[in-house]
Design a protein around this ligand. Structure first.
Ligand SMILES: CC(=O)SCCNC(=O)CCNC(=O)[C@H](O)C(C)(C)COP(=O)(O)OP(=O)(O)OC[C@H]1O[C@@H](n2cnc3c(N)ncnc32)[C@H](O)[C@@H]1OP(=O)(O)O
Ligand SMILES: O=C([O-])CC(=O)C(=O)O
Length: 373
């Protein structure tokens, strides 16, 4: 007889990892031992991806070599190019990314290999390709085209340029780059766990990433950032407090609040709130920042819940000119660095992940032929 399950696997330690660590009571997050407060606004996304995938913050030569590998690796395969227009017509952004990453696996030069070296190369290619897939998807559905990535620009700068169609202000690039750093990894979150379960069958990296993308999509996980923006857009500035109280009184969850691990402020939300305030001021329209602050106050007063990473990310992305339905795809651009690093880590010390279940169905059933049932 199996033991009683822990619903949602809360507090169950499902893997060992050297990638990230959270102190949920103190509200602290570390990537390979570096406090997120030290990395945010200092390390670039490329440096952070190198830290996660290759085990250390790169020196100048390592960073240049990694940057060159990313630039070489971002070319999209023939299958993606042949199918992106039809996919963009028929699928929503996260569904499309699930399909496109799957297709890109078919054209990957290392597709039949899960060796450590092949995994490192695939991790770089997937990290380089994801922003381009999002930008090309967006262009395909809008009937436009995207400028080719400029190798002298960062992933953050290229993405903003390709999606908004205008040369971003350098401060906007810094802010977006910091967002990518903040979202890069987060212990055994649902999408990372999904990737590790898939990888642990000795399946390949693209399969694991497809599982992760499908898992990030849901509104209880990465999909919450899009829902936060929709909530903000559905409210008027004068009605926030009452609307939020009414939603909570009727048992509705407010997207962007609460967390399985943090029992205090999510340290990423601290940075995102600051960035939202800055962009609100520079845009000359602080409506969504003010509404977010008011929501935060009312949710805390009423339920004692803190904002999670998805809450202020919504207004930040909005101020940066990113379309609302690309917010979760943007999350996937960043988390690709963490997911791929987890697949590398899982393959390096693998055991099949196969938990038990508690049986709660009927017992002592007796078979009868179909006409006697
Ligand atoms: C990147 C990320 O994935 S961050 C999380 C993004 N997701 C969201 O923002 C969605 C909204 N939040 C939630 O649904 C939850 O807080 C989760 C999914 C993040 C965490 O879930 P769990 O740890 O399973 O907590 P659970 O959903 O059981 O909530 C515990 C209690 O707090 C309440 N609660 C939790 N979050 C919220 C919320 N956002 N709004 C209102 N009530 C909430 C629950 O209703 C529950 O109350 P009860 O005990 O009276 O039934
Ligand atoms: O850790 C989690 O459960 C969700 C989260 O904040 C993340 O994936 O960044």
């Amino acid at each position: 007889m199996a033991d009683k399950p822990t619903k949602g696997l809360a507090d169950v330690v499902a893997a060992s990892t050297a990638l990230s660590d959270i102190d949920g009571k103190a509200g602290r997050l570390f990537y390979r031992g570096y406090d997120i407060h030290d990395l945010a606004g200092r390390a670039t996304f490329e440096e952070t991806a190198h830290l996660l995938q290759r085990g250390k913050l790169p020196n100048r030569a390592e960073l240049d070599a990694y940057g060159a590998e990313l630039a070489r690796g971002r070319e999209l395969g023939a299958l993606v190019s042949a199918n992106i227009a039809e996919i963009a017509e028929k699928q929503k952004p996260m569904e499309a990314l699930r399909s496109l990453v799957s297709l890109s696996g078919a054209d990957d030069p290392d597709k039949d290999s899960i060796t450590p070296d092949a995994n490192l190369r695939k991790a770089a290619r997937l990290t380089a390709q994801q922003p381009l897939l999002v930008a090309r998807f967006h262009a395909a559905r809008s009937g436009g085209s995207v400028p080719d990535p400029d190798s002298s620009l960062s992933i953050a700068a290229n993405f903003l340029l390709q999606v908004t169609g205008r040369t971003p202000d350098p401060r906007e690039v810094e802010i977006f780059d910091e967002c990518l750093v903040l979202h890069a990894d987060h212990t055994m979150n649902a999408s990372t766990f999904a990737a590790r379960v898939c990888a642990a069958t000795l399946s390949d990296m693209h399969s694991a990433i497809v599982a992760a993308i499908g898992t990030l999509k849901g509104p209880l996980h990465g999909g919450a950032n899009e829902q936060v923006m929709k909530t903000l857009e559905s409210l008027t500035s004068g009605s926030v407090a009452q609307a939020v109280r009414d939603k909570l009184a009727s048992g509705e969850k407010i997207m962007g609040f609460g967390h399985r691990v943090y029992k205090t402020e999510d340290p990423r939300a601290t940075h995102l709130r600051r960035m939202s305030a800055e962009l609100a001021e520079s845009s000359g329209d602080d409506t969504y920042f003010r509404m977010s602050k008011e929501m935060e106050e009312v949710v805390f007063e009423t339920k004692g819940l803190y904002p999670n990473v998805d809450f202020y990310a919504a207004s930040v992305y909005h101020y940066l000119g990113i379309p609302t339905d690309l917010f979760t795809p943007v999350f996937s651009i960043s988390r690709m660095s963490g997911w791929t690093a987890h697949v590398i880590e899982q393959h390096a010390d693998n055991r099949l992940i196969r938990p038990d279940s508690e049986y709660i169905g009927e017992t002592d059933q007796k078979w009868k032929p179909v006409d006697e049932r």
